[in-house]
Structures are given as structure tokens and as C-alpha cells.
Design a protein around this ligand. Sequence first.
Ligand code: UDP
Length: 491
Amino acid sequence: MSSLQQSVHIVFIPLLAQGHMIPLVDMARIFASRGAVATIYTTPVNARRFRTTVDRSGELGMPIRLVEIPFPCEEVGLPVGYENLDILPSPELLTKFYDALGKLQEPIEKHLRQQSPAPSCIISDKYIFWSSETAQRFGVPRFVFHAMCCFSVLGGHNMKHFNFWDSITSDMEPFEVPGMPKGFKITKAQLPLNSVRRQDFDVFRWKIQEAEMAAQGVVINSFDEVEHGCVEAYQKAIGKRVWCVGPVSLCNKDESDLFQRGNKASSDAGKCMAWLDSMKPRSVIYACLGSLCRLVPSQLMELGRGLGASQQPFVWVIKREEGDSELENWLMEERFEERVKGRGMVIRGWAPQVAVLSHRAIGGFLTHCGWNSTLEGVCSALPMITWPLFSEQFVNEALVVDILKIGVRVGVKVPVRWGEERKVGVLVKEHDIVRAINALTSEDKEGEERRKRAAELGEKAREAMQEGGTSHSNVSRVLRYVMEGPTQEVV
Ligand code: UDP
């Protein structure tokens, strides 16, 4: 590690949502392991989830720290403690949440002014648009962190750039997204913009865009080989550097890091890991729909029925709020856990997802196609059952099923918008889940080839993070940019 590198101080400002914080904290640890001083700003409730992991990295000698800034809930009329998107009970509170987030700018800048070494660069979530101003004030570059892959960011960019949106008249007719290195089809109803139809967010979106345009580059939790030409295409489209520095989850090698990643693991997790030890290699399906899933109990019951009816062993993660009385009563009345004993496990609350996925007994992943989960599935060389819910998850599904050819669709056609879950009701039936599990685990040629492709991709993901690998080299490039400034124009 050069002394120059030691004086590089990278400031990380994540959005307060698990799918954004978890990868950015991992990224901070990766940069700290390469000698840069890393400061992560967050709020007290979120700090409690990440403190142990960051402190452990510090104890190992990495120059990293987590700084807590109080979240001004009361000031904006938000109940105290509502500090993460997974805690907000309704989308009606979103405006207040983002107001409170904006009020972090001043205390963060005040804290930064007292730091030595002074900041040399800011890597912040795209939603933290005001950090663009902070970077200008401190005279340092800002790199935008997209908690998505280039494939979906480029898709979104192209839809806007080619003014394609208005030309699509049907909501349900698949069309080809323009300007993609590898074509794929999607419906208008499944596009991210359709997930949040709130006009009060127009100004907010505009500010994000403006800040993105002012940024010096983009960092992505992904690796070149999974993107099928989209990194170069996106870089060209925006005229800025785009660095893939992942899969960042692979930086978690230590068992405690794996077990505590993102939150304290549920008390069911230990039992689950012990049970997995007793299972045949690659025999268990892991089902988890992410940190923000708010499906109605009747839909979750259908998922439970599907898992129960398939002959395949499984782990089913039920978010704590999902464990509400309606679902819990159903589980009890059905004697669900008794009936599946020895073949199925339920984790209520926070699952140590990467630890479970990397267990040799896991053979498939039923996922909502959040980008982090998707990439974690890729790292564990797993074929996937795709059940997208909202946001860019349908685009990720297209990547997994149509381009990478490592997935099987559960068959959902429309998103479940936050706040409209009851209106949508049950979209996926027991038989859809059984069909998808059977297809995924089938020993026919298609099943075998899918598993082979997943294994090869998992290998490439690991290579990307090793010395000489594409993502490892990109971390060096980011550091060089911070130390020396841009040395080459983007073509
Ligand atoms: N996660 C986890 N345990 C859980 C639920 C989620 O560790 O019980 C992690 C998962 O590994 C991933 C992140 O939370 O890193 C979720 O991000 P993703 O982009 O997959 O989806 P989101 O939750 O944002 O919809």
C-alpha cells in the first residue's frame, strides 16, 4: 500500500434502505482493504445494523469507520425511529423520509470539515443528490452509486433517450428495449417508471438526474462479464466512466461477517444452518423476496402452499412484518412447519442470506430479482426462480432468464406497487410455484445446461474479484482517478 493511497479518504453516503446500504458498506470495506480511508455516514438505527461488521473490519486494521448522524424524524413529522425504507409502513411517508434525508447534508458537511485526512472523493447513492453540492464545496469528485446493474440502468436511460415511453400504446404487449447490446423484451406495465406514479416525485427525480449529470463517474455493484456489453454502452451513452467493482458480497469471507451482513440474523438462522449441514448437496431451494416485500398474507400463503406441495426441500424467509397474525394463524392452522418437518425450514425475520446461499446444500434460489439478491445468487452459482415485484426487477428477470439463461420465470406479469398490494391480491398460484421448482430442479437437458451456465458464471464472478480480475482492476482505477484525476478521456 502506497503512502499516497493511505491519504485517500473516500466518503460513502448510502440511501437508508437495505438494498442500497448493504452493498455500499461492502464497497467501503473493499476500498478500505486496499488502503483508502473510508468513512460511511448513516443514522443511529442503521448504525446498529452495521456497527459490528464495520468495527470488525477496523479491528482487522482497515481504516474504516461508521459515523452516526441523528435522523431528524421529529423535525419533518416522521415517527421517531423511521430511519430505513424497510421500516416505513406506507408510501405516504416517503416525502417526509426524503425531507429528513436532505437534512443530513448540513451535519455531514460540518463533520467532514473537521476530518483529517480531508475527503478526497464522495461515493454516494443516486438518491443522495445533494451530495453533488457537497462534493463541489469540498472540491472533490463525486461518483454515483447505482444499486442496480448496468443492464437495467442502460435500459432506463435508453427508454428516456429515444423517447420511447410515449410510443408504446399497450401496457401488456411486449416490446424490445431500444439500443441494448443484447435485445430483450418487456411490457410497459413492467417498467420501473410505472412502479412509482407520483407527481410529487418529479422534482426529486429531476434533482437526481441533474446531480448524476454533474458526477465524475458511476460505480456499480456488478462485474463486466454479467453485463453483456452494457458497461461500455452505458459509459458511451453518458460520456462518463462506469466502473463495475463487484460482486461486493464476495468480500465477506469471515463466518461472522457473512452471518451478520446487513442486520442481526434471526434466531431461526442457526438452526437452519445446522439443518442445511444435514442435507444433500445442491438439494434445497432458498426462497426470499428481499427486504422490502410487502405482499398480502393470501399471496404468501400461496407461496407456502407451493413450497409445501413441491417435493423439493426448502428454506422460506418470512419478513417479520409478514409474520402478522393472518399469516401466522394460517401457518398454525395448517400445522405447516410440522407437516414439512425435515424437508422445510422457515426463517422469520432477517436471514443471513449470503451465508445461506453459499451453503453447499442450496441448489436453487427463488428470488424477487432485487439486484443484490440476483448477484448473490450468481456468486453462489445458483439457477434461479424469478418472481419480480417492482422497480427494475422485471428487467433483472429478463437478464437472468433471457440473456444469462440461468433462470425460470414463476410467471408474474405485473408489478406490485407499494400501497397497492391489496388491490393486486394473488398473482402467483401454488401450481405456478410447483411448476417453476420442477422446471428448475429437472434433470433433463435444459435443467442440466442451466445449472452448468450458472456454475460457469459463478466462477467468472469470483475471478472478477481476484487480483487481476476486472472488478479488482476497476477498484485500482477508481483509486488512481482519485489520486491523479482523470488520465484518459471516455470514448
Ligand atoms: N437480505 C438479507 N436477509 C434477508 C433479506 C434480505 O441478507 O432476510 C439482503 C440480501 O442479501 C440483499 C439485500 O438484503 O443483499 C436486499 O437487496 P435486493 O437488492 O436484493 O432487494 P431489496 O430488498 O432492495 O428489494
